[in-house]
Write a protein that binds this ligand. Structure first.
Ligand SMILES: [Zn+2]
Length: 55
């Protein structure tokens, strides 16, 4: 038998393939890719510019 060097990580999968960068770094629970940042940055972003003044 081969020695299990890395061991078996049995459990839940926390990362899947990212749709944007294709890396296996998309976090399922966080809904965010740790590689390219897809998911979190696509939702809401705070801008410094106030659009309220332009009227
Ligand atoms: Zn990604």
């Amino acid at each position: 038998m081969s020695t299990a060097s890395m061991g078996k990580k049995s459990g839940k999968t926390s990362h899947i393939s990212c749709r944007r960068c294709g890396s296996h770094t998309y976090h399922i629970r966080k809904l965010r890719c740790s590689s390219c940042g897809y998911g979190n940055t696509a939702t809401k972003r705070k801008y410094n510019t106030n659009k309220k003044n332009t009227k």
